[in-house]
Design a binder for this molecule. Sequence first.
Ligand SMILES: Nc1ncnc2c1ncn2[C@@H]1O[C@H](COP(=O)(O)OP(=O)(O)O)[C@@H](O)[C@H]1O
Ligand SMILES: N[C@@H](CCC(=O)OP(=O)(O)O)C(=O)O
Length: 369
Amino acid sequence: MSQTIVVKIGTSSLTRPETGQLALSTIATLAETLSNLRHLGHQVILVSSGAVGVGCGRLGLTERPKAIALKQAVAAVGQGRLMRVYDDLFSTLQQPIAQVLLTRTDLVQRSHYLNVYNTFKELLALGVIPVVNENDTVAVEELKFGDNDTLSALVASLVEADWLFLLTDVDRLYSADPRSVPDAQPITLVNSIKELAELQVQTGTQGSGWGTGGMLTKISAARIATAAGVRTVITEGKYPGNIEKILQGEPIGTRFEPKPEPTSARKRWIAYGLLPVGKLYLDEGAVKAISEAGRSLLAAGIITVEGEFDPQEAVQLCDKNGNEIARGLVNYSSSDLQKIRGRHSREISAVLGYEGVETVVHRDNLVLT
Ligand SMILES: Nc1ncnc2c1ncn2[C@@H]1O[C@H](COP(=O)(O)OP(=O)(O)O)[C@@H](O)[C@H]1O
Ligand SMILES: N[C@@H](CCC(=O)OP(=O)(O)O)C(=O)O
């Protein structure tokens, strides 16, 4: 049966840590594996990091730059080099590829999001393997995915993939970072992210020398992907051939079982695609109404409004202690909300001087998180 498979490979697998040079044998095996999957009739998307790492190698820089402009310049050098290598390898295997560079803003606007979706669908229908990365050279810091684990999960969710493989430099997830805790216990199966919380996995936020997010971003990627119904696997990038074995059922790496939430693609976009620009603190009644009774949010339940935003932007809905319970698209600007918070819906028109809608966040635009 044809499946849609998203494979993410991190810098730590694509480059040799000692020299920063490309790990050519790994990349060649990856190209072979992905081409095989295509021949078996699967649809394949590769999310590849490495622009910054490869750019550094090309320019002789020995550590990942911190200054934003330098990082962006280095990424521009590395991305071209990376695509050249991929295209050479995939061309030898007669497998067409395409470069897709995304920024977070491409997923924030619903029309752009649908546009990206249509482009992926078209590329996959053409038998092409899209090679995706964040458009590091133009991405604005506060509007970044920040790491390709998150990006790959959003792409997998967008195309409704069956599988997401996160290839990294450890063979699987452990109870703690195996670099610093030698007796950390391997984890092979995670039935739900809640179960992971119970296992109390320590992740640290540090990746290996060249990587960005360590295991933390991989687990949050697994959360996004499994909630969208995508089975997610963390496994070692050095052996891309394992992907085929895992698809055949071999217990390699750490497997996260999909836990599709009964939400539409649009609600997933609200929950994970959008960047919230404000926070609404709600009283207990409002928290109950939206989380237990599935109601819309009314102005009466809002205690505090934080941030500046326009109507139809995304906001976090929190309890009075600031814990997020939901996200949604707001019907009023922050300045109007400051005037109507705590007020009954029938008072809104008198306070604002125009006939506004009754709900602040309609339940169709609200997702529990
Ligand atoms: N609980 C854990 N299990 C496994 N690895 C962990 C854990 N916590 C932290 N790590 C570290 O995460 C690193 C992989 O993350 P990173 O370097 O960002 O990879 P990539 O470049 O593939 O995205 C590993 O080398 C490991 O040291
Ligand atoms: N977009 C960046 C990658 C950021 C990233 O997530 O890196 P990694 O942790 O190695 O997967 C680049 O191409 O260098």
